[in-house]
Design a protein around this ligand. Structure first.
Ligand SMILES: NC(=O)c1ccc[n+]([C@@H]2O[C@H](COP(=O)([O-])OP(=O)(O)OC[C@H]3O[C@@H](n4cnc5c(N)ncnc54)[C@H](O)[C@@H]3O)[C@@H](O)[C@H]2O)c1
Length: 408
């Protein structure tokens, strides 16, 4: 089978995570990157991992040049949140200069910073005409995929559908400056991390094989807060780390968020029933790794997943003093004491299975589930959560104010 030649827009943290995952994916190679600064570290890593195309990874000047190249079959967008529309417009211009059709466009979460931007991204994808993938790795994490399959087949199959899903993703704060600049990120912990939890909880509550439309969100109640990083000494630590122009205390978004979504079952024998998802996101959690948990509860069963418990731990005494790093587990907060180790993070978090599925869809000329349209629905829930938190009321996710909201 001929390898699909992928080009990346953005060559930072998540692009490098994808590179590592591609070692375990067949019939794919990385042929290009468009990233301000040239993406030298990305290109070096691709070569080191053996996932670069035969001619190596070409550094393109921008997304338009990457999309115009017939040496690129599919594009993975892994750039900053504020660049989604700019990048999609560049791809739209670039594809007009191609001889072969682009086989697919995959985008990292979030799809965009507002509903207006997300709708524009979906419109541009339709104009480009390539199948899309909205990259939500949690839907492909082996523990969630297997757990959902067993809970639905054995539990729901005998006792009835699940009625409550809980999902939390909490860590000690992001690595790059732009995440802390609300106008670039589009918000704080809510937009950064609740996109994962909302979509994973919805997916756990959805019957295997049923359409996305089988669950309709009808009410959203959310809270946002600044629990840690607006206070000293932490606000000053951010300024020291990222520069004097970053003043989170004066211009914060949020470092904590929670949301409850009520869903109506729209089809099948349970049509009309209501089920609930409870989610929380935080940049204030300090523990050995992340707090990253999922639950799916039904009338006679419970599924529990703790992504931070990998079954491998090391203990380092106080006499083992080493450099700070993230070599044991993502977002590790210490190098001493009892620490979890993730033996294979790209598999554990779902990147391998996600990229395998996205490439198989593109090869078949189809969009991945979830696609950009699904990303738009996740954006709707994020905006409804911001609106609910801002106005202190339960929000209908389809009300006009959700579409108009600019949370930053
Ligand atoms: N799925 C996940 O769990 C996950 C995890 C981390 C990040 N992300 C998402 O991935 C995206 C990138 O985040 P990151 O952690 O890699 O950030 P990062 O700061 O490590 O890297 C951002 C990259 O974007 C590039 N960039 C900025 N403007 C650009 C432009 N106009 N065109 C092309 N490239 C541009 C930068 O040069 C850099 O390489 C974000 O949207 C983020 O939300 C997803």
């Amino acid at each position: 089978m001929k390898a699909i030649r992928v080009g990346f827009v953005g060559g930072g943290f998540i692009a490098r995570f994808h590179l590592r995952s591609l070692v375990a994916v067949r019939d794919v190679c990385v042929a290009g990157v468009a990233s301000p600064g040239g993406g030298a570290e990305f290109i070096e890593l691709a070569a080191e991992l053996g996932v670069a195309a035969d001619g190596g990874v070409v550094a393109f000047g921008d997304a338009e040049e990457l999309a115009a190249s017939d040496a690129i079959d599919a594009i993975w967008i892994c750039a900053r949140n504020d660049t989604r529309v700019i990048v999609m417009k560049a791809i739209e211009r670039g594809v007009q200069r191609r001889s072969n059709p682009l086989r697919g466009i995959a985008v990292e979460k979030p799809l965009a910073r507002t509903m207006a931007e997300a709708e524009e991204v979906v419109r541009l994808a339709t104009s480009i005409g390539a199948p899309t993938a909205y990259l939500e790795d949690m839907l492909f994490a082996p523990s969630l995929a297997r757990g959902k399959e067993v809970a639905w087949r054995r539990g729901a199959g005998v006792a009835g559908r699940p009625y409550l899903a809980r999902a939390s993703e909490e860590h000690s704060g992001p690595h790059s400056k732009w995440f802390w600049q609300p106008e670039l990120a589009g918000g704080g912990a809510l937009i950064d991390m609740m996109c994962h939890s909302l979509e994973a909880a919805r997916w756990l509550l959805t019957e295997p094989g049923a359409a996305r439309s089988s669950l309709l969100p009808i009410a959203v109640s959310a809270t946002t807060a600044n629990l840690k990083w607006v206070h000293e000494p932490y606000a000053s630590q951010l300024t020291e780390r990222f520069g004097a122009d970053l003043d989170w205390a004066a211009h914060p978004s949020e470092d904590f968020a929670r949301a409850t979504v009520t869903w109506r079952v729209a089809e099948g024998p349970d049509a009309g029933r209501e089920v609930i998802s409870e989610t929380s996101s935080s940049w204030c959690y300090v523990g050995a790794g992340l707090r990253h948990e999922f639950q799916l509860l039904g009338p006679e069963y419970a599924l529990d997943i703790d992504m931070a418990r990998t079954g491998v731990e090391v203990f380092m005494s106080r006499n083992v003093v080493g450099e700070a790093g993230e070599d044991l587990v993502e977002k590790q907060n210490a190098e001493q004491g009892l620490m979890p180790i993730s033996p294979n993070e790209t598999a554990h978090y779902g990147y391998e299975a996600e990229n395998r599925a996205a490439l198989a869809s593109f090869r078949a000329g189809r969009a991945l589930k979830p696609d950009f349209a699904a990303g738009l629905e996740v954006t709707r829930l994020l905006m409804a959560s911001y609106l609910s938190a801002r106005e202190g009321r339960t929000v209908d996710p389809f009300e006009a104010a959700v579409s108009d909201l600019q949370p930053f």
